[in-house]
Design a protein around this ligand. Structure first.
Ligand code: FMN
Length: 374
């Protein structure tokens, strides 16, 4: 019988499905629901020390629908948690009292000040969390305060901040990367050099959902205006897989042993299998939970287990990163295709020559050559 249970950075998860930071982990009530439904771990909504600076607007979501009506893309201009940090500290404690074995990860974001990062890490640890995700990747609102993606896009700052966290944290911490950058390897390498236990990829992709052709206003429209937001859901999965592949290759070659949590558009066990095949240790789901509810973890687990049984994989480690071996350069693809076609042609030519009557003057050399191969 295959098992989904896994150990990552010293944390024991019953399965690799983690609630990604966002609305599905926005308070104790919903976090409790996630543990009850059997999620492998929960990453809470991102917290900061001073929530009074966080002011949300409505509407803050806009959706892209397929012809069938299914939501395939989701833009948000939501900020990090607007709830006071003191309340979060109490809720982290209560959550660990209720679910001592549940893996609770605090997502944290702070300004570019060492004392603030150290304080938030120490207070979350005192409240009992099992690990951290550092949000270096929120693409809207917070970058105006030089937070979130503004830090994640600057490898030097990223390395420095990870170093601060490393000096204060006794628990594992993952740096959550922004996709809004040309080469994801650069900030990834910086975070790992700074001491991050692992990486999470990816956060939302900076986007504009569309323009209303009646009002001529871009959406989501707030008081007639908008600001670019973050794109998530099914539509971002191919981009997420590419970045996960690049980060996993980096980890494999330069930082063996560091972990990777993959996310972006995961809604099924098969999606999860793809992220694991490209090097993820765990997978996170945010928009999928907003679409399908917390219960979706059960069919996801079943589908992943069925995939493992089909391939006779006993553990997640049996197939983690297995498909990374099939990436190469375009030039190598051309060579492989040329070699295969040449071999096929030779084989075909050889096979068709069944009697001496088939020898042809204009193919004579090729036919002779083919007959000399085994
Ligand atoms: C409404 C909404 C709010 C989000 N808030 C946060 C957040 O507070 N912190 C964070 O790190 N990521 C946040 N995210 C990003 C998600 O955690 C995730 O990185 C992204 O949406 C891609 O995964 P998905 O397609 O499974 O949603 C948010 C996403 C959405 C849709």
């Amino acid at each position: 019988m295959p098992t989904l249970a896994t150990q990552v950075d010293g944390l024991s998860l019953p399965n690799p499905f983690i609630i990604g930071s966002g609305p599905p982990g926005t308070n104790l009530n919903v976090i409790t629901k996630a543990f009850k439904e059997g999620w492998g771990a929960v990453i809470a909504k991102t917290v900061s020390l001073d929530s009074s600076k966080v002011v949300n607007v409505t509407p803050r979501y806009a959706k892209l629908l397929a012809g069938s009506g299914e939501v395939i893309g989701w833009e948000n201009i939501e900020l990090i948690s607007d709830r006071p940090f003191k309340i979060w500290e109490e809720e982290f404690k209560k959550c660990k009292d209720q679910f001592p074995a549940g893996v609770l990860i605090a997502s944290v974001m702070e300004e570019y000040r060492q004392d603030a990062w150290i304080e938030i890490i120490q207070r979350c640890e005192a409240a009992g969390v099992d690990g951290f995700e550092l949000n270096f990747s929120c693409p809207h609102g917070l970058p105006e305060r030089k937070m979130g993606a503004a830090m994640g896009q600057d490898p030097e700052i990223l390395q420095e901040v990870c170093g601060w966290v490393k000096s204060a944290a006794t628990k594992p911490f993952w740096a959550k990367m922004t996709p809004n950058i040309t080469h994801i390897e650069d900030p990834s390498r910086a975070a790992l050099r700074g001491g991050a236990t692992g990486l999470s990829a990816l956060n939302t992709i900076r986007s504009v959902m569309g323009v209303n052709l009646d009002t001529l206003r871009p959406e989501p429209t707030v008081e007639g205006y908008t600001t670019p937001g973050g794109y998530s859901g099914k539509a971002v999965k191919p981009i997420a897989l590419r970045m996960v592949m690049e980060i996993a290759t980096l980890i494999r070659t330069e930082f063996p042993g560091r972990s990777l949590s993959g996310l972006g558009g995961i809604e099924s066990g098969h999606d999860a299998a793809e992220f694991i095949l490209l090097g993820s240790d765990t997978v996170q789901v945010c928009t999928g939970v907003m679409k399908h509810g917390y219960e979706c973890v059960k069919p996801m687990c079943d589908e992943l287990l069925a995939f493992m049984a089909r391939h006779k994989f006993e553990t997640l480690a049996d197939f983690k990163g297995k498909s990374l071996d099939y990436f190469t350069t375009h030039a190598d693809l051309v060579k492989r295709q040329g070699d295969r076609k040449a071999a096929q042609k030779a084989a075909t030519t050889g096979k068709t020559l069944k009697s001496d009557a088939e020898w042809k003057g204009d193919e004579f050399v090729k036919q002779s050559d083919a007959l000399s191969r085994s």
